[in-house]
Design a protein around this ligand. Structure first.
Ligand code: COA
Length: 253
């Protein structure tokens, strides 16, 4: 059963289910309980005929600092049970359109979620980064398949192997977000676009989305392959050292 948490707020705005990451003191770093709450939100949206789209946003001026690094340390004992894996599969299998509103840091899964959403809007201060290798880890969320498909292999290597951070203008240039929106307009803009998706003829919308995404077999196979490699990497000395460095504030990945 899912642990309950106040760190994800679930609300409705007409036909849109709004999920808000609400752990600002920890830069909305995602815990197991938060992943479970997001999965519950996805399930709720899938089951509810009134809901036509989902909107995911952060709070406190940050989207998310990615997976909670303390949870990574704890998960090294039983790496296959991490809720993050179930979240990634739920993300890949979501049938209803997902809109992201991104302000500030969007690290790790905060960036790889871009590869699964339908629309993404970011403020000019948004910062994206996939520091998996620097943390002794490997890419997740199907990013090792989807990112080279989207932006080409050499650019994917720059972001996934070198782990270079990138700005909102660069994300726009790479086709990873739709638009850069002023901070005071972000919430309304993303909500309006999500509402527009939700208001479309439902069956046509879901059918069009299925066509855009195509067969998900290869993606799901890649997600599982990544999860196996990720679980192994979590237990490595390289990863444990990187996590301890972060936790002791000795450096940032
Ligand atoms: N896991 C656990 N705690 C995290 C975290 C994470 N991923 N990201 C931030 N935090 C915590 C910090 O430890 C700090 O806690 P404290 O106040 O108890 O010391 C608090 O959130 C604020 O973070 P801080 O680093 O002081 O804020 P900042 O504004 O200087 O930097 C980030 C923000 C997001 C750039 C930076 O925190 C960061 O790089 N986080 C790690 C990102 C990461 O590697 N995620 C894993 C991806 S796979």
């Amino acid at each position: 059963m899912a642990q309950s948490t106040d760190d994800v707020l679930v609300s409705r705005d007409g036909g849109v289910l709004v999920l808000t990451l609400a752990r600002p003191k920890k830069k909305n770093a995602l815990t197991g309980a938060m992943y479970e709450a997001l999965i519950d939100g996805f399930d709720q949206a899938q089951a509810d005929e009134e809901i036509g789209a989902l909107l995911l946003r952060g709070s406190g001026g940050v989207f998310t600092a990615g997976n909670d690094i303390g949870d990574f340390i704890a998960a090294a004992q039983t790496p296959h049970t991490m809720a993050a894996y179930r979240f990634v599969e739920a993300l890949a299998l979501l049938d209803k359109p997902l809109v992201l509103a991104i302000e500030g840091a969007a690290i790790g899964i905060g960036t790889t979620m871009l590869l699964h959403c339908d629309l993404a809007f970011a403020t000019s201060d948004a910062q994206f980064k996939m520091p998996f290798v620097d943390l002794g880890l490997v890419p997740e969320a199907g990013s090792s398949l989807l990112l080279p498909q989207r932006i080409g292999m050499v650019r994917a290597a720059e972001l996934l192997l070198l782990g270079k951070g990138f700005s909102a203008p660069r994300a726009l240039e790479l086709g990873l977000i739709n638009a850069i929106v002023p901070v005071q307009a972000l919430e309304n803009h993303a909500a309006r676009e999500a509402a527009a998706l939700a208001a479309k003829p439902r069956q046509a919308m879901l059918g069009a989305r299925r066509l855009l995404r195509g067969d998900r077999t290869a993606l799901l196979a890649k997600i599982r392959e990544e999860a196996t490699a990720f679980a192994g990497a979590l237990q490595s000395g390289e990863a444990q050292k990187a996590f301890q460095t972060f936790m002791s504030k000795g450096g940032r990945p």
